[in-house]
Design a protein around this ligand. Structure first.
Ligand SMILES: [Zn+2]
Length: 471
């Protein structure tokens, strides 16, 4: 899904210096807000403006300048008429530059000129509103960028709506300018996570008594605090963030689950993940989403106290283990996700400074490794995305059907759970024995024998077995 940010191809339209005169002669005193940023450019070569894109998200309109080098620039907001200009030093329009066709409530058009040797880009606004401006270095499909965000007026209320549904927040990792991991086949994590998340949403919403809220449903960037706010404002019972891994060598593969808690990252993998995902704005943690000031009245504080922090963490670990179990039955999990000595699934503490301060159980699922060619290919297919989405949604539904939270339609018997039959198909792998499979699937050897009419315990790789689900 790349629809939200679009290049518009219309005729090149350069406006000369004369038509800009009225704007540039405006006195600075008339500006309602002004600021000056000089980014540290390292290249002495002329910077080229290759393109301008824009996207509307619920929180802001984002305008992105694609450039060939880190820009040295200054910018200012002016009024009458409302406009924002950026002067990029030692810069010019690229030969192939196409003026974007603009259709946005936030800005009306874009014009170009020259000002003291700098390339001036003027954004005509619908109202005088100071944007946030930042530079981004090359990442994935993108080169150097200048990113300008015009905030929208969003009425955010601290009051959580009463919802008799079990609200699950599904968080599709990354988005917009942040592509996440780039697969060996060039697939982007942000698109894979969105696709799987939407499938999870569809499946869970089919069951009465549940409601999925997405942190994003298109290809745009969602700041961390907004992801939390979604969970906070909807009184979510579970926050599940969906990602796909990448590692610096192509071998690792398989899914893993992380709880976001305080503590040290345990493995090299987890450390790398922390670095990787922190870049994706996870740093700071989910803790921020429960804002105690939003819960001034007793009723809401009671809600927070019912699920204490430890309880939330324990529930997250439990859901994470069940999720690994489900995924293990239909796809591959990372070897670290199963502790063969203790015979149980293992949820990794990612070492994010996060969950200990939140009352909402939160997990992060890495659905596989985009750095592994085979898994990258699989995760790019609709069929495999369906398999993963089924495992995730089925786990969540089962968990809450078995442990319905109080004050919900499900707990009060107003709706009933209608889950898929409790068996799954398991493909025998090299090194499997009936007892290994039984311990992984948490069923008895005799239950597997009975379900498959086995007369002996001999099995072979590639054989499919029906596994009864007991939890
Ligand atoms: Zn990610």
């Amino acid at each position: 899904m790349q629809a939200a940010i679009t290049y518009f191809a219309t005729s090149r339209r350069l406006i000369g210096v004369s038509s800009l005169r009225t704007y540039t002669e405006n006195r600075l005193a008339r500006a309602l807000a002004s600021f000056l940023i000089i980014a540290l450019g390292t290249s002495a070569l002329a910077t080229e403006l290759v393109g301008i894109r824009y996207s509307d998200s619920p929180h802001f309109t984002r305008v992105v300048f694609d450039l060939t080098a880190p820009p040295k620039f200054k910018s200012d907001l002016l009024s009458e008429p409302a406009r924002f200009f950026v002067d990029i030093r030692d810069a010019k329009l690229s030969q192939n530059f196409k003026t974007p066709f603009v259709e946005s409530i936030q800005f009306r058009g874009v014009r170009f000129g020259e000002r003291n040797g700098a390339l001036r880009v003027v954004l005509d606004l619908t109202e005088v509103k100071a944007p946030k401006i930042q530079t981004l270095g090359p990442n994935g499909p993108h080169g150097n960028r200048l990113v300008i965000d015009f905030p929208h007026e969003v009425q955010e209320s601290c009051t959580a709506e009463h919802d008799s549904n079990i609200v699950i927040v599904v968080d599709a990792g990354h988005g917009g300018e942040d592509p996440g991991a780039i697969a060996v086949n060039r697939a982007m994590e942000k698109n894979i996570t969105l696709s799987i998340s939407k499938k999870v949403q569809t499946r869970i919403n089919r069951q009465p008594g549940f409601r999925v809220v997405m942190t994003r449903d298109r290809d745009y960037e969602v700041p961390l605090h907004n992801r939390y706010r979604v969970a906070q404002n909807t009184k979510a019972r579970l926050f599940v963030s969906i990602h796909a891994d990448a590692f610096h060598n192509p071998r690792p593969r398989g899914a893993s689950a992380y709880v976001l808690s305080q503590g040290k990252a345990q493995s090299e993998l987890a450390k790398w993940l922390v670095q990787n995902e922190n870049r994706a704005d996870w740093v700071g943690g989910v803790s921020a989403w429960v804002d105690s000031s939003c819960y001034a009245d007793r009723e809401k504080l009671k809600f927070l106290n019912v699920k204490g922090r430890q309880e939330a963490l324990a529930e997250a670990v439990s859901v994470g283990k069940k999720m690994l179990h489900s995924i293990d039955s239909v796809a591959e999990i990372h070897p670290k996700s199963f502790d063969s000595r203790r015979g149980e699934y293992q949820v990794t503490d990612a070492g994010f400074v996060v969950l200990s301060a939140t009352a909402i159980p939160s997990i992060l699922v890495e659905t596989g490794f985009l750095s592994n060619p085979q898994e990258a290919r699989l995760l790019s297919t609709n069929a495999h995305q369906n398999i993963i989405a089924n495992a995730i949604s089925d786990t969540i539904l089962r968990h809450f059907c078995e442990n319905p939270p109080r004050y919900t339609d499900l707990a009060e018997g107003k709706v009933a759970c209608d889950l898929a039959p409790s068996t799954m198909v398991y493909k025998v792998r090299n090194g499997d024995s009936l007892s290994v499979i039984a311990s992984r699937q948490q069923v008895s050897v005799s239950a597997i024998r009975a379900a498959n009419d086995l007369t002996s315990d001999r099995i072979y790789p590639g054989q499919t077995l029906t596994i009864p689900i007991t939890n």
